[in-house]
Design a protein around this ligand. Structure first.
Ligand code: F6P
Length: 319
């Protein structure tokens, strides 16, 4: 392996830049030529590819977003798009690719593996919804962003004696809601993995009220359904004034946390090592506090179930 491409794909996540920087600098350290592919598979298909120098990744280690830009590519799902992507790599004699993104991005990568391209995947998504790794790049930062936002919301909630329903991202996964909910002492946490009972939540609000507690934060993972509907139903059941905040894409931005940067750097380095060892169809994974290499197919295995123990504890702490 002499020439490696690197791209970011799918939703951006804080820490992706640190991973790109690690791929570029470690690759150059070992005498390889590294190419940055802009706009994910969209850019690959259209040949938006540039050689990266050491300086091209200066000052990005702590920057949110992705300097390579990203996209969700429909064309890469088609055989014609996959052929175009392959042709762009072949034209530049790029024989290996580091793909930083979520499981959709990995599926695109595997179509290239089938055509002989060596691929190492790096799990990058705020959702932490990829099997085979304990953490994905960006999750820790997103959780911290939610905690920060909720603490601000709590100030106004307690001033007005209101119940706030705060909707967080995560697609079909409740990990952001659970971790952030526990960290910010949310009164209830609703996740798609576990059924909820609005009567029970309403009774909890009423019990709190009897103890003199007049504001609450209910964290709802987006996979549960509309926070507006839940707010309305809770208002009807409890009589409390409710307000809704959908945190949305602010959860994707911001400087990455130190943990995300460290994981991203280690994964970027590991991805280069995988390709230098002539391996392919692998992913980097954070397991037991360390970064390891494992088959890319593991990303599609059964996802680690939501931490039920933590969920139960969060409920016990917010009686
Ligand atoms: O996968 C990351 C994520 O932010 C999800 O949490 C969310 O459901 C989705 O992407 C939003 O996607 P988009 O930015 O394309 O609207």
């Amino acid at each position: 392996i002499k020439r490696i491409g690197v791209l970011t794909s799918g939703g951006d996540a804080p820490g992706m830049n640190a991973a790109v920087r690690a791929v570029v600098r470690k690759g150059i350290f070992h005498g390889l030529t590294i190419f940055g592919v802009h706009r994910g598979y969209e850019g690959l298909i259209h040949g938006e590819i540039q050689e990266m120098s050491i300086g091209s990744v200066a000052d990005i280690v702590l920057r949110g977003g992705t300097v390579l830009k990203t996209a969700r590519s429909e064309e890469m799902k088609t055989p014609a798009g996959q052929q175009k992507a392959l042709a762009q790599l072949q034209e530049r004699k790029i024989d290996a690719l580091v793909v930083i993104g979520g499981d959709g991005s990995f599926r695109g990568a595997q179509t290239l593996v089938a055509q002989g391209v060596k691929v190492a995947g790096i799990p990058g998504t705020i959702d932490n919804d990829i099997a085979g790794t304990d953490l994905t790049i960006g999750f820790d930062t997103a959780v911290n962003t939610v905690v920060d936002a909720v603490s601000k919301i709590r100030d106004t909630a307690s001033s007005h004696d209101r119940t706030f329903i705060v909707e967080v991202m995560g697609r079909n996964c409740g990990n952001i809601a659970l971790q952030a909910g526990l960290a910010c002492g949310a009164e209830s946490i609703l996740v798609p993995e576990i059924p909820y009972d609005l009567d029970e939540i309403s009774n909890k609000l009423l019990r709190g009220h009897q103890r003199g507690k007049n504001h609450s934060i209910i964290l709802v993972a987006e996979g549960v359904g509309s926070a507006y509907k839940i707010g309305e139903e809770l208002h009807v059941r409890s009589g409390f004034e409710t307000r809704i905040t959908v945190l949305g894409h602010l959860q994707r931005g911001g400087n990455p946390s130190a943990l995300d940067v460290v994981i991203a750097a280690a994964m970027g380095g590991k991805a280069v090592e995988i390709l230098m060892a002539n391996e392919t169809n692998r992913m980097t994974a954070y397991i037991n506090q360390g970064v390891v290499s494992r088959p890319l197919d593991d990303a599609y295995g059964p996802r680690r179930p939501l931490n039920r123990e933590l969920y139960d504890l969060a409920n016990q702490l917010s009686i």
